[in-house]
Design a protein around this ligand. Structure first.
Ligand SMILES: Nc1ncnc2c1ncn2[C@@H]1O[C@H](COP(=O)(O)OP(=O)(O)OP(=O)(O)O)[C@@H](O)[C@H]1O
Ligand SMILES: [Mg+2]
Length: 347
């Protein structure tokens, strides 16, 4: 093959480019559109775009800007670099794009070449990141407030006990138990948002044995849910914080059971591979929509009417504290798998 600048088929290069390319005249009509352009705009034939005004594919608030931009490019031969705008597709749907407009010289005339890149996916990813950051800072704020609220409540509890000693009243017991509940909620919140507060010692744990015993806690909920245990390499021991890990597995199994509306199945796997212990908790439940996957583990995200949204936060912080990784795969209507990897040696 002898590909040179002279025998390169430029038409094919432009026609099959992954970026959409349009050529626009000074009267704003579109004179050329490549295949990517048709795909981007959901068009099936060139008749739908050729000799049409470019403004037809732009929201009304961008028409003036488009006019002015084309004048700059065609009359002053300027280059307009990377502008993020919205375009209107064939069926009226909007798409986020980045456009660049440069002069295009043709038979002694100057036209405008518009190069368009679809950035819908990038925009969605940016939005998710922002949402996640927002929620994470909300979690930190909550942890700070918990600290402040816990101290006065603990003081009230102390005084309540003193009052009870001198004169008992039936309301005092209720007050004390309600206060205890509030303090417990605050403690839970603090634990999940600040894992470093726990000074639990590291011990060798038989994870297979623990997974079996946690399942017993759900006995009464398991009448309509089938459970499959596939626990391999059970001789491996993991050096970690037992209570934190047990709580994590509890939270994952609880979520799996809650995700199953009627009948369904849960599978719990344990195996060892190249220095890592793998634990998978899968369910055939309702699944998690793609846009929600990225915010899992963020404090307070819950789709359940009585959920705290702290279960997965506890799971994620515990796994990370042990030097592990966690990933989720989910298909709406089919089910979800949480995959945890824990390094067998912690440095
Ligand atoms: N296995 C799963 N299947 C489907 N959705 C899940 C699963 N696990 C978690 N989720 C989603 O993630 C959200 C957050 O879970 P998380 O455990 O943090 O809180 P919660 O379960 O809502 O409340 P809590 O754990 O306090 O009862 C859930 O509300 C649910 O929407
Ligand atoms: Mg939960």
């Amino acid at each position: 093959m002898n590909l040179t600048i002279d025998n390169l088929d430029f038409h094919q290069l432009v026609e099959n480019s992954l970026n959409s390319i349009l050529i626009v005249c000074e009267d704003q009509t579109i004179r050329y559109c490549n295949k990517a352009g048709l795909r981007l705009l959901n068009l099936t034939s060139l008749d739908q775009i050729l000799n049409k005004k470019i403004s037809q594919f732009l929201p009304p608030d961008l028409h003036d800007m488009c006019n002015e931009g084309l004048t700059r490019v065609i009359e002053k031969q300027e280059i307009i670099k990377e502008m993020d705008i919205k375009i209107i597709k064939n069926h009226g749907e909007f798409a986020d794009v980045e456009i660049m407009t440069i002069p295009f010289y043709f038979e002694n005339k100057v036209l405008a070449q518009v190069i368009i890149q679809d950035i819908t996916k990038r925009k969605i990813a940016e939005k998710r990141l922002k949402d996640r950051e927002k929620l994470a800072s909300l979690g930190q704020l909550a942890a700070g407030i918990v600290h402040e609220v816990k101290n006065p409540l603990t003081a009230v509890k102390g005084f309540l006990q003193l009052i009870k000693e001198s004169q008992n009243h039936p309301y005092l017991d209720t007050m004390e138990s309600e206060l205890e509940k509030a303090l417990q909620t605050l403690q839970n919140l603090l634990q999940v948002s600040k894992p470093d507060l726990q000074d639990e010692p590291l011990i060798l744990i038989d994870l297979c044995k623990e997974l079996n015993s946690i399942l017993l806690l759900f006995q009464e909920k398991l009448y309509s849910v089938e459970v499959e245990m596939d626990l391999r390499d059970s001789d491996k021991r993991f050096y970690g914080k037992k209570n934190l890990l047990l709580k994590s597995f509890f939270n994952l199994i609880k979520n799996a059971i809650e995700a199953i509306m009627a009948d369904g199945k849960i599978k719990i796997e344990h195996y060892y591979h190249e220095g890592w212990i793998h634990i998978k908790v899968s369910d055939t439940g309702q699944g998690i929509p793609e846009e929600k996957l990225v915010i899992l583990g963020t404090p307070f995200y819950s789709s359940k009417p009585d959920g705290t949204g702290l279960g997965l936060t506890q799971v994620y912080t515990t796994v990370h504290e042990h030097g592990g990784n966690i990933s989720v795969q989910s298909v709406v209507g089919k089910g979800t798998t949480f995959h945890i990897q824990l390094p067998i040696k912690i440095n």
